[in-house]
Design a protein around this ligand. Structure first.
Ligand code: F6P
Length: 410
């Protein structure tokens, strides 16, 4: 195979760079002459923003740092390709760029929306008889891609959430019986509750866990919520609640928009969801007259590479490697998927799957995994998620903080 190019797209994860490392490693093993990186995904590529990954990764140190670097090393984008009928010129520009760098295979690391890019480009190549192959590499903290057992990025975000909640639960209880404190933790994940469900993993031998978990898979009734908090505060002084950024009222309104604020809408039609924790904390404080505070984990939960799950890092590398192997076998229009062979001992391998059955489709938490009370998780979730957060990779420290690999600006 000739030269290849890899890009990153959508919201980052703690291990999205580990997949770049996997692509690079496997390509070099296979004797690929040039491994290019597109800067700012397909959007930057269209403007000629391309780097040679040898400049950063040809040394072992570069690869080790990349695996420990948060955010998208190459830069990311939220860019929707037009339909093939209306966007012919743009598609031709992309293929001219691919020819300019003599690229045979294109790898795109992303979630549902980014897989749409892989689908469109592979369809265009098939229609026009182009030689390039297009392969998707899964990543998303939201864990909402279908077919794959889970998505690289989820395990690390889940580990950070479980760890932070254990710390928050200890902190919230410091005043003992002398003061009631309600703490509401808002967790990302859009319309799927996988990430918020990770709050369940805070519970273990040294932690009593959170008091309630609200996922977007169930509609969110404000009066029932208030009733639940009232009952909890009558029984205990420290109350910690996990709530998804994407919860909606039975009428279909995002709770984060109930205070009148509306978030930005991106090119894929997704509203930026933020603020439901703050809204609920003031709602509780006003109506119950108890101290209530909101914590929005926000960017921290997807950028915390210092606390990444080793299982997740290894699988992200594996997904990148598997993508190159698929291209070497001549495949195109597919995404790498993770296949769980067993829970105990946990074992996972890779396969590939038709991108048309994956792009733009969201996979939710099965409702059977949610407790009868509507705000807890059943043991099936624990069995699914616990193996994904196991293991640690020590950061390389410099001056007391983790060292990162940073791209020279393009
Ligand atoms: O899709 C990943 C994700 O982190 C979501 O959980 C979150 O709602 C969204 O991205 C935030 O998007 P942005 O990075 O564009 O603010």
């Amino acid at each position: 195979m000739g030269n290849i190019i890899v890009g990153q797209s959508g919201g980052p994860t703690a291990v999205i760079n580990a997949s770049v490392a996997g692509v690079y490693k496997r390509a070099k093993q296979a004797g690929v002459p040039k491994v290019y990186g597109m800067v700012y995904g397909i959007q930057g590529f269209l403007e000629g923003k391309v780097i040679d990954l040898d400049d950063y990764l040809s040394t072992g140190e570069g690869m080790e740092l990349l695996k420990r670097t948060p955010a998208a090393f190459l830069g990311s984008c939220r860019f929707k390709l037009p339909s093939i009928q209306t966007g012919e010129e743009l598609y031709e520009n992309i293929f001219q760029m691919l020819e300019k760098y003599d690229i045979d295979a294109f790898f795109y690391i992303g979630g549902n929306d980014s897989m749409d890019t892989v689908k469109m480009l592979s369809d265009y190549a098939a229609q026009k008889g182009k030689r390039q192959r297009f392969i998707g590499v899964p990543k998303t903290i939201d864990n909402d891609l279908p077919i794959t057992d889970h998505c690289p990025g989820y395990g690390s975000a889940a580990k950070y959430i479980a760890t932070s909640l254990k710390e928050i639960i200890r902190d919230n209880a410091v005043y003992g019986d002398y003061r009631t404190a309600v703490l509401i933790v808002e967790i990302m994940g859009r319309h799927a509750g996988w990430l918020t469900a990770a709050a369940h993993l805070a519970k273990d031998a040294s932690c009593e866990g959170v008091d309630a978990i609200y996922l977007p898979e169930k509609s969110f009734d404000l009066s029932l919520f208030l009733q639940k908090i009232r009952e909890l505060t009558q029984k205990k002084r420290s109350v910690v609640i996990a709530v998804s950024e994407g919860v909606k009222t039975p009428e279909g309104r995002f709770v984060c928009e109930l205070d009148g604020a509306g978030g930005e809408i991106d090119v894929f039609g997704h509203t930026q969801l933020s603020g439901c924790g703050a809204f609920l904390a003031s709602y509780v404080q006003d109506r119950l007259g108890v101290k209530a505070r909101a914590v929005e984990l926000s960017t921290l939960q997807r950028a915390a590479t210092h606390l990444a799950s080793l299982t997740d890092i290894e699988e992200a590398v594996m997904a990148g490697e598997a993508a190159v192997s698929a291209a070497l076998e001549g495949m195109s229009g597919v995404m790498v998927t993770l296949k769980r062979d067993s829970d105990m001992p946990y074992h996972c391998t890779t396969e590939v799957y038709d991108i048309h059955k994956i792009a733009n489709i969201e996979r939710k938490v099965p409702v059977e995994w949610i407790g009868k009370d509507g705000c807890s998780l059943r043991p099936e979730y624990e069995a699914y998620a616990r193996p994904l957060i196991l293991g640690e990779l020590q950061p390389i420290y410099e001056g007391g903080t983790p060292k990162h690999l940073v791209r020279k600006e393009q």
